[in-house]
Design a protein around this ligand. Sequence first.
Ligand SMILES: [Zn+2]
Length: 158
Amino acid sequence: MEKATIEQFKNLFLEILSEEEVFEGKLSPTSLEGDEVDIVSTEKANQMDFRLKARNAIYLQKVRKSLQKIEEGTFGECEDCGAEISYNRLMARPTADLCIYCKEVEEKEENQLVNKNRHSSKIGRVLPIEHLEKGYNKDETSTSSFHVSHMDYQDIVS
Ligand SMILES: [Zn+2]
């Protein structure tokens, strides 16, 4: 990556960090005085403030990490395969750690995990014959949805 390009990202990161300092100054609670309603709303505001900061903190950590990479000369390199992350990708997501290919692999693996979980919970929910037999016996005495479960039962045993 060209030095000028790296410089461009460095400035962007520094800008984000300095803006954040101003931002934090704005959000800091200034006063807890006032009547009860004021105190409650101030507490609520502080909670939101806290959540916002927590979310921001993760992002800022990434920004600082990227700045550190610039210092080390590894900025723009994929952490997995070492390939250069494309300029377009960095423009869209300056704190990207992985090249687009490795990112896709990572996301596929995450999706597979999710699918696995879905699959096993489905099995857990459908208890085939035993479940239907219970329904069948119960519906023999009380008639409610007897017909449907009876037919399901036949489908499975035949
Ligand atoms: Zn990669």
